[in-house]
Write a protein that binds this ligand. Structure first.
Ligand SMILES: Nc1ncnc2c1ncn2[C@@H]1O[C@H](COP(=O)(O)OP(=O)(O)OP(=O)(O)O)[C@@H](O)[C@H]1O
Length: 263
């Protein structure tokens, strides 16, 4: 299985999450166990409301589980940490800072300041092909460009683990495809551990080494599928018979869970 010989970067150990709501207690996650290996690219799919974002927020340290724990590099996660970077669907850029200064912000958190930070920021902007827009403000950019800035900023923070919650979900199909290609290129060069949530089964296959399928609420891991398609993956990969087999298999599993939600 992909990644099995590598060391465990993040261990999700019997995580349960209960929310107190106006209607009483609601179990969002129950008994989630997963080992994410060093430099592994994991994609996560499942019906709406199955707890994907909740799980990501627990790994990020933004939420504390009701029971169970998450270990990162063997240490219990008790809050946010620099080794874990998050990219959300909404770009979360600082609107009052230019593109370059948004990236500088992440560098400053690492202690890189002044001219050196500016130079480094340009290097990260080049990576996402946005160096020409360094002095623009976020409001002057398209949705796809803003998300590329958010990705450059996430990379500039040099996290060991990238947690991505439907980062391309709000984008048009063409921009999404372009960003998938950019992300794959960057991942192949920089090899970070990635945990990537998506609603899009094709996206889960084109990016991931393993695809985690979550069951309907209360969310747990239903199945993990090895995406045994070699990298580099390109848009032509989508035409291959294996891609289509995997797509049918994963889609079938997700659809069964979707029907559970509707019952
Ligand atoms: N802070 C909260 N308080 C109460 N309930 C919550 C809270 N956060 C999430 N939930 C509930 O927990 C369940 C899981 O939510 P979550 O956002 O993790 O699902 P998801 O799989 O990411 O959904 P989607 O795919 O629609 O984004 C949902 O029923 C949601 O309403």
């Amino acid at each position: 299985m992909a990644g099995e010989t590598r060391s465990v970067k993040v261990k999700i150990d019997n995580v349960k999450m209960i929310f107190n709501t106006r209607k009483g207690q609601m179990t969002a996650l129950n008994g989630v166990n997963l080992d994410i290996h060093e430099n592994e690219f994991i994609t996560v799919v499942g019906p709406s409301g199955c707890g994907k974002s909740t799980l990501l927020n627990i790994i990020a340290g933004l939420l504390q589980p009701s029971s169970g724990e998450v270990l990162c590099n063997g240490q219990k996660v008790e809050g946010v940490g620099r080794e874990r970077g998050v990219v959300f669907q909404q770009y979360a850029l600082f609107p009052w800072l230019t593109v370059k200064k948004n990236v500088c912000f992440a560098l400053e958190m690492r202690g890189i300041k002044g001219a050196e930070a500016e130079k480094e920021a340009m290097r990260y902007l080049q990576m996402v092909d946005l160096e020409k827009f360094a002095d623009h403000y976020p409001k002057e950019l398209s949705g796809g460009m803003k998300q590329r800035v958010a990705i450059a900023r996430a990379y500039a923070a040099e996290p060991e683990i990238l947690l991505m919650d439907e980062p391309f979900g709000a984008l048009d199909a063409q921009t999404r495809t372009q960003l998938q290609t950019d992300l794959l290129n960057t991942w192949e060069k920089k090899q970070k551990t990635c945990f990537f949530i998506t609603h899009d089964v094709e996206e889960a296959i084109i990016l991931g080494q393993r695809c985690v399928i979550m069951s309907a609420r209360p969310g747990r891991i239903k199945k993990i599928i090895d995406i045994d398609i070699p990298y580099p993956r390109t848009q032509e990969t989508r035409m291959s018979p294996r891609f289509n087999e995997l797509k049918n298999e994963i889609w079938g599993e997700v659809y069964k869970e979707y029907l559970e939600v509707r019952k």
